[in-house]
Design a protein around this ligand. Structure first.
Ligand SMILES: Nc1ncnc2c1ncn2[C@@H]1O[C@H](COP(=O)(O)OP(=O)(O)OP(=O)(O)O)[C@@H](O)[C@H]1O
Length: 514
């Protein structure tokens, strides 16, 4: 493979976190479909190679003796390289070329080691043909060029919708994001309407979530309706409990798709956290795992969701209509935010299509086609809380799976209101039990309003516990990372075992033939 020494340091130093970006040209690393391998050696300044392969992150250089090691990259679009201050060494690419790495202290000494992060990009080579290019433009996987939606005359033009929100009450999101300036970091998840990936916005080192919604058959009706709804989303100013919207784009790729850029929430959605918790419990069967979703956490989540809903309604008359665990996001700063409001699901999928598995958080009045108010979202919140603390969707779990959507819908309408379980090892504060009961009232007019719930004792009793909740979020973040690592290792093990089995089968066939 041809390789030219790249301009390693892609300028920017983040002041706050002392981050620098290190960019390798796309083809600098001759990776294969499964990633690439880098050999490192740290011989100078007495740095040793810690070889801490932490997800996409590699940490180099700890304290004393010199050493070297191999680092295998999984198939990633980007990775981080952490160099301790004072680290000096070489990074050997598997094409026999080497890059010098230096991270000297200002005084050039090795004292006061501090972590400095260098990010570089290892693009998964879709086109593995060698290239000599060193242009930084080639480092970043270029996205499709955004194009006009082709709205009918008089409708919103590209410029009015396909830019990020400009100003807000609590600050500004600043410049618009260009898709070309994004580097994909990996898939976060996918839902009924599309796929969400994590991406790095290179100019300001901001991590964003990029949601792609395919629009089948160039359906202009759908596109135009989405554009109208995205316009509403764009107009929503920043709020502590609403995921910030950075922009929306319509692209002509192999298929047409709408791209929505939004704030990345680093602990993910409640459904994901619940899954991580379940796996954590399964791995710690011997020691009784402390429930993650305790009174404090549920109170803070409820408070965040209710405040977000109230803001959307009072300021914009928006009713969310789709409160469910995957639409409530958390970050390690202790923030709770709701997402996915405003984009009409019915345009993308019918109710039956959106019904996956055994859950729907729709209120009885909505199912029955009655007038739907913001209290429908209160019902959904009640179900979300029950699901978080029991680990099961309340109207369909515990080995009592409904027979399809019609059975589930009739359960919601005809069966008694869902409640928090009592006994069987469950213990909840009485305030929490009352709170959930007030959310899960089937008769809409009897159900508590958002304002009433925000004044409930269950919300007030944890008001002064922000610090504890923040601590919880940080811990959850660590557990998510551990879970990812364990699952990655498990996958690798399974792959290896499969390979070994295939080899053994091949050897047996060869032996039989001969
Ligand atoms: N801004 C974000 N930050 C971090 N993770 C996100 C963000 N937005 C979405 N996700 C994650 O991506 C997953 C997929 O989101 P998406 O909105 O496509 O579908 P969904 O909400 O799960 O289902 P549906 O399409 O039915 O609404 C979510 O479950 C969530 O875990």
């Amino acid at each position: 493979m041809n390789f030219q020494a790249p301009s390693l340091f892609h300028g920017r130093t983040q002041k706050k976190r002392n981050l620098k970006q290190l960019a390798l040209p796309q083809n600098a690393i001759d990776g294969n479909a499964y990633g690439c391998e880098i050999t490192t050696s740290a011989q100078e300044h007495g740095s040793s190679n810690e070889n801490l392969h932490d997800m996409n992150n590699i940490r180099l250089g700890s304290s004393s003796s010199s050493s070297s090691g191999k680092l295998n990259f999984p198939k990633n679009d980007a990775s981080n390289l952490y160099l301790r201050r004072g680290f000096k060494g070489k990074i050997h690419l598997n094409n026999n070329s080497a890059l010098d790495l230096k991270n000297e202290n200002r005084n050039g000494s090795n004292e006061g080691l501090g972590m400095v992060q260098q990010s570089f990009v290892v693009s998964s080579p879709t086109n593995s043909s060698p290239s000599t290019t060193t242009s930084l433009n080639h480092v970043f996987t270029p996205m499709d060029e955004e194009v006009s939606v082709g709205l009918p005359e008089g409708e919103l033009s590209k410029s009015s919708i396909f830019r990020n929100s400009d100003s807000s009450t609590s600050g500004t999101t600043g410049n618009s994001i260009k898709l070309d300036n994004l580097v994909q970091l990996g898939k976060i998840g996918s839902g009924n309407s599309g796929t969400v990936i994590k991406a790095l916005h290179v100019p300001d080192s901001r991590i964003v979530a990029k949601k792609t919604i395919p629009v089948e058959n160039n359906n202009h009706l759908v596109v135009n309706q989405l554009v109208r709804e995205l316009t509403i989303m764009k107009s929503v100013h920043m709020h502590d409990n609403i995921v910030s919207f950075y922009g929306a784009y319509y692209t002509h790729a192999s298929n047409n798709e709408i791209i929505i850029l939004m704030e990345y929430m680093n602990c993910g959605s409640l459904d994901k956290i619940l899954s991580v918790y379940k796996r954590y419990v399964a791995r710690h069967t011997s020691s009784r795992a402390v429930p993650w979703f305790n009174g404090l956490v549920i109170s803070k989540i409820s408070n965040g969701v209710l405040n977000g809903l109230l803001y959307l309604y009072e300021r914009y008359k928006i009713i969310h209509r789709d409160i469910k665990p995957s639409n409530v996001l958390i970050n390690s700063k202790g923030q709770v935010k709701i997402c996915d409001f405003g984009v009409s699901k019915k345009l993308i999928n019918s109710i039956a299509d959106t019904f996956v598995g055994t859950s729907t958080y729709m209120s009885p009045e909505r199912i029955q086609g009655n007038v739907y108010s913001i209290k429908g979202d209160v019902w959904s919140l009640g179900l979300v809380i029950i699901e978080l603390v029991t680990g099961e969707f309340p109207l369909g779990g515990h080995n009592d799976t409904p027979d399809g959507i019609l059975d589930l819908l009739q359960r919601i309408v005809n069966e008694p209101s869902p409640k928090l379980p009592q006994g069987q090892g469950y213990e909840f504060p009485k305030e929490m039990i009352d709170f959930v009961n007030r959310c899960c009232v089937k008769e809409e007019s009897q159900r508590s309003s958002i304002q009433e719930l925000l004044c409930h004792d269950f919300i007030n009793m944890y008001k002064s516990r922000d610090k504890d909740y923040k601590h919880w979020c940080k811990k959850v973040k660590v557990r998510i990372r551990e879970d990812k690592q364990i699952r990655r290792e498990d996958n690798e093990r399974v792959k290896l075992e499969q390979k070994q089995l295939e080899k053994a089968a091949e050897a047996a066939t060869t032996a039989r033939r001969s």
